[in-house]
Design a binder for this molecule. Sequence first.
Ligand SMILES: NC(=O)c1ccc[n+]([C@@H]2O[C@H](COP(=O)([O-])OP(=O)(O)OC[C@H]3O[C@@H](n4cnc5c(N)ncnc54)[C@H](OP(=O)(O)O)[C@@H]3O)[C@@H](O)[C@H]2O)c1
Length: 272
Amino acid sequence: MSSTSFDPTRTRLSPAELRGRVIAITGPTAGIGQALALECARYGAEVLLLGRSVRKLEAVHDAILALQTHDGEPIAPPSIAPLDLEKAVAQDFDTIARAAQERWGRLDGLVLNAALLGQPMPIEEYDMPTWVRVMHVNVTANVALTQTLLPLLRASNDASVVCTSSAVGRKGRAYWGAYAVSKFALEGFMQVLADELEKSTVRVNSLNPGKARTQMRRQAYPSENIATLPDPATLTSPFIALLGPQARGTTGCAFDAQPASSASSPPSSIET
Ligand SMILES: NC(=O)c1ccc[n+]([C@@H]2O[C@H](COP(=O)([O-])OP(=O)(O)OC[C@H]3O[C@@H](n4cnc5c(N)ncnc54)[C@H](OP(=O)(O)O)[C@@H]3O)[C@@H](O)[C@H]2O)c1
């Protein structure tokens, strides 16, 4: 199903790696998604920002407009679309797809990045409403969004779906509950979709960013000195590589943005 020779952590990116591509990102209003949205724009992409807070979306939109691209060409103005993955119904996904169809007639990239941590606790005690919420945001809503956008991705001659994964979505760890199970599910979704689209121009892969200095990490490790962790801006290159033309032919693969030792040396028993 996949080409394993491609390594997104070792790809030499051209300054115009994403020039001309339209890339949708969920959760672009904080942390890794925000850093990625800015970097996609710097590499020339036209970014579609999908988030639940219009105020935060507008702030990222304005931050992108103020950037310089890596190739010196004008920045492509981003677009914003309100989308709360917890509350969205079919009509909300359709509205986004219709707007993208009218505007571009295609999508070249989709990054399923937004996620909820839930509550780290033993399965025996796990709060079921929280379980349902985490599984819905991290899995079901991402699947529904992808399903609705698939005709637009198929309309591209080189489209890339990237599922933002986690170490605990590849090896289960105690107390990670719904978050870990949701990331396993996202990995499964990636494999199933990649297999179904094997003969298409749409590739589907997962990328575990490893630990990063974000709000989610702070929530997971309240006593950790977060200043010692990588800035999300330093972890975007493998995402860009997977979204760009050099990843063509690579599908169904699970990648890590950081070396396993660095990504999984836990200060406690918990690893996002
Ligand atoms: N940080 C790490 O160490 C780490 C490690 C491994 C994997 N990851 C993964 O990396 C991805 C990004 O995580 P992060 O650390 O950057 O998290 P973060 O800083 O908490 O950002 C999460 C993003 O998801 C959005 N979001 C949450 N619930 C949403 C909803 N119902 N509808 C729409 N958007 C929603 C947030 O929007 P608001 O701004 O509106 O809250 C925010 O933009 C996640 O998939 C996470 O599992 C992170």
